[in-house]
Design a protein around this ligand. Structure first.
Ligand SMILES: [Zn+2]
Length: 377
């Protein structure tokens, strides 16, 4: 038996007046996704435990059976895993534009190349040897700390846009003092290299996580395909193989053929393959309703349809689940439960895949940590 986990990021949504009181999933024409629901068994799962931010890191870890209450240490450390960074603690280190007010958490969408120059310059000018700046994508960079500290409390820069930074500085302990000193220092140093951003903003930090090994837990050789570093970090942390696909964009214009080709090949090589795609979440953040419905239809045809066409269904079990809802109306994630469908288990009466139809499935409402035991049983 092979196991295929399909994760269309942010696909779940709310009922919307403009869609006649239906959700994007309820109006989209998606015969292949519906096939999985109709021939399989459905339910709804809570992928964001109480007290956690509704992010893809927490949701995907939960789907993969990792108890975030026990193992999650922050977004920075997971991105560090993706980049092969070795440190005691890692913080996300945004390049931002701010006065005493946080003006732009995304540093004017600074180019990768310019951000790399800034990080290099910060490393050259830094006062402390236990610090290391690492370039990532655009404004999303990392600060590695090679000395043991208690974790400092920080604020995500996108949550304090338009607010006073002096009221949201790092706090709690010695590391907080270091981080505040760094922010102050960076106000002089960053503008020497770029005009897009004028300081750094460390956040989302923690100690490097120690996730349980995927194969050790489930006895399956696992692989992950994704367009984003966050999932690469999760895969590496769990000891799953991360498979790169050329030409992916993380948007609805991504290289679908390449993703499907790699997925089918991986299903020969591995027992368990997870395929995470970002496009539907991105258009949800854009707040474009028509585009979201279209993105679901493209996903249905280009990913699910092509895999169903080519795969040997008699030897395959498929779990399809969005990691979290990204309601168009809010243009951001929420911590609500998501619908899921499993092909290859005894079917129930659900005929279509949606937030409301799946609630009537045979699994009902479950804790996200129960997904893997059900899927792999
Ligand atoms: Zn998102």
């Amino acid at each position: 038996m092979k196991f295929l986990l399909l994760i269309p990021d942010g696909m779940a949504d709310w009922r919307i007046e403009k869609l006649g009181g239906k959700t994007p999933l309820e109006v989209a024409d998606k015969p292949n996704i519906d096939f999985i629901a109709k021939e399989g068994a459905c339910g709804k799962a809570k992928t964001i435990p109480e007290g956690f931010e509704p992010g893809s890191d927490v949701a995907n870890l939960t789907i993969l059976g990792i108890d975030v209450k026990k193992y999650y240490t922050g977004r920075g450390p997971i991105e560090a895993l993706a980049n092969g960074i070795n440190a005691k603690l890692v913080y996300r280190c945004n390049l931002v534009k701010a006065t005493d007010i946080m003006l732009d958490y995304a540093g004017g969408r600074i180019s990768d190349e310019e951000a790399k120059k800034v990080m290099k310059y910060l490393n050259k000018r830094k006062k402390y040897d236990f610090l290391e700046f690492h370039a990532g994508r655009s404004y999303r960079n990392l600060l590695a700390i090679k000395k043991d500290f208690e974790v400092a409390k920080t604020f995500a820069p996108h949550d304090i846009q338009g607010k006073k930074i002096s009221e949201h500085l790092p706090s709690d302990g010695k590391l907080a003092e270091v981080l505040i000193e760094l922010i102050e220092w960076s106000k002089k140093v960053v503008p020497e290299v770029t005009e897009k951003a004028n300081m750094i903003w460390p956040w989302g930090g923690g100690k490097m996580p120690n996730f349980p090994n995927f194969k050790g837990t489930y006895g399956l050789k696992g692989a992950m395909i994704s367009e984003v570093d966050l999932l690469k970090g999760i895969a590496r942390g769990l000891g799953m193989e991360f498979l790169e696909v050329e030409g992916v964009t993380g948007y609805i214009d991504t290289n679908y053929k390449g993703i499907v080709r790699r997925t089918l090949k991986a299903m020969d090589e591995f027992d368990f393959v997870a395929v995470h795609t970002e496009g539907i979440d991105e258009v949800s953040h854009e707040g474009d309703l028509e585009k979201k419905v279209e993105a679901i239809e493209i996903y249905d045809e280009e990913i699910v349809g092509r895999i169903l066409d080519k795969a040997d269904l008699s030897e395959l079990r498929i779990l399809l689940i969005p990691d979290h809802p990204t309601p168009i109306e809010l243009r951001t994630h929420v911590a609500e439960s998501v619908p899921f469908a499993i092909y290859g288990l005894e079917r129930d009466d659900v005929k279509t895949f949606s937030e409301f139809s799946c609630a009537k499935g045979k699994f009902g409402m479950i804790d996200g940590l129960k997904l893997m035991p059900i899927f792999l049983r």
